[in-house]
Design a protein around this ligand. Structure first.
Ligand SMILES: Cc1cc2nc3c(=O)[nH]c(=O)nc-3n(C[C@H](O)[C@H](O)[C@H](O)COP(=O)(O)OP(=O)(O)OC[C@H]3O[C@@H](n4cnc5c(N)ncnc54)[C@H](O)[C@@H]3O)c2cc1C
Length: 393
């Protein structure tokens, strides 16, 4: 088994999640994909085993076991069902705004409900006209007495219709770009809040992806996160800490596909021997395993950096790198795993075509991998490595 930086306690929790994944989640994965129905039974399973508590501190009803373990849990669940793993990843995504910028009162009010899984969370940044360019958003929030009135809509929101709490970004100063954005927490019962169409899609089919609307939606002023105008910075600080969760989803898919293809290759025979003994297949398996292990090294490093509370400027680049590497590995490795199964890889009786479809989204959401490359290059350009040029020219 590969070595890892986990403590004894972290390994115990990982093993519990691994067992749950194999015994309770894996048997449901194909059906969730086929019916494309939101898996409330999986929500119940995560509630029962207190897995929703992993991203939260003990004082907020969580386990206080840190960010690295959340990544490990997402990885383990993704090995068998990326939709179930996403429940945990989005719970964290939807509550990071409160954790990073919420007041004591806001945190006390909402985080325990999210840590128990009683409420599901969502993160609403994207609009139909603004995805990568989030500062081009058009949703507005106008202050009226002790309320904000929101108007506009968001698109592609994971957990739309099932979440009770949405972290929403809106322009309090429409004339300004990045500096005009503010962040709010909006309860699904807020007057003027509505859920629109839920999108049919290629993968992670049991997860809801939908539109939400704000039609003179009234939110208490006390639900503003941070100060007016701080929304863009909050959104980016959240993504620095949530992208590793998507990286973990990608890594889990890649490792799960590798494990499946390996077992298949040991038993499927052609030309008188198991296909694993044909060098071209053995080479593919070796590359798949190596990519997973390299991706895991980077991902766990980022998890530890979050737990060590490193400064934002250090985290941004590494978090984007982990998202980029793990999710590109997910797409490459699941595609190769389908190839190793030959025709059986392509049919629904086997899980690999689902894993390949599920892998694709990891390269797209929480910032496409083109955007991750832009972020990494931007951070590099800020670094000073001029000493390397000393003495040249
Ligand atoms: C299933 C699903 C779930 C999602 N969940 C959420 C969610 O919970 N919350 C949320 O807020 N959003 C969510 N999203 C939205 C997702 O984050 C966006 O779709 C994504 O960021 C890309 O935005 P876009 O679709 O508008 O593409 P665009 O921004 O229009 O990009 C189109 C293409 O151009 C590329 N591109 C754009 N700008 C540049 C550039 N400057 N340089 C190089 N290439 C560029 C992109 O990489 C992409 O390939 C979800 C999307 C999906 C499909």
């Amino acid at each position: 088994m590969p070595s890892d930086p986990l403590s004894e306690e972290q390994r115990e929790i990982r093993d519990l999640v691994r067992t749950l994944a194999r015994e309770r989640v894996a048997p449901r994965a194909a059906e969730i994909d086929k019916t494309a129905e939101f898996p409330w039974d999986m929500v119940e399973l995560l509630r029962e085993h207190e897995l929703f508590g992993l991203p939260y501190e003990e004082r907020h009803g969580g386990s206080g076991t840190g960010a690295l373990l959340v990544l490990v849990a997402i990885e383990e669940l993704s090995k068998v069902c990326a939709t179930t793993a996403l429940l945990l990843a989005v719970q964290e995504l939807g509550s990071l705004g409160l954790k990073l910028a919420g007041t004591e009162e806001q945190q006390r009010r909402y985080l325990p409900l999210l840590a128990s899984g009683e409420w599901l969370a969502a993160y609403a940044l994207t609009e139909s006209g603004s995805g990568s360019d989030s500062a081009a958003m058009r949703t507005e929030a106008r202050r009226e007495g002790d309320e904000y009135v929101l108007n506009g809509s968001k698109r592609f929101i994971t957990n739309a219709g099932v979440a009770s709490l949405y972290t929403v970004f809106a322009k309090t100063d429409p004339a300004d770009k990045h500096g005009g954005i503010s962040a709010f927490v909006v309860e699904s019962t807020a007057p003027g809040f509505a859920v629109g169409r839920i999108e049919p899609k290629l993968g992670i089919k049991g997860s809801t992806t939908g539109e939400i609307f704000f039609d003179d939606c009234r939110v208490p002023a006390a639900n503003l996160l941070g100060e007016e105008g701080e929304g863009f910075r909050i959104a980016m600080r959240i993504l620095d800490r949530s992208r590793p969760g998507i990286a973990a989803q990608g890594l889990g898919l890649a490792q799960g596909a590798t494990d499946y293809a390996l077992e298949y290759a040991k038993s499927r025979e052609t030309m008188g021997k198991p296909i694993a003994q044909h060098q071209l297949i053995a080479g593919m398996l070796a590359d798949m395993e190596t990519k997973c292990e390299a991706a895991r090294g980077l991902l766990y490093k980022v998890g530890q950096m979050i737990d060590d509370d490193v400064p934002d400027e250090e985290l941004t680049k590494l978090s984007a790198m982990a998202k980029l590497l793990c999710t590109d590995v997910a797409m490459e490795v699941t595609t190769d795993a389908v190839q190793i199964l030959g025709g059986y890889g392509y049919i629904q009786e086997y899980p690999l075509e689902r894993m390949m479809r599920d892998a694709k989204i990891t390269q797209i959401y929480e910032g496409t991998n083109q955007i991750q490359r832009l972020v990494i290059a931007r951070e590099m350009l800020r670094e000073n490595r001029a000493f390397l040029l000393a003495g040249t020219g």
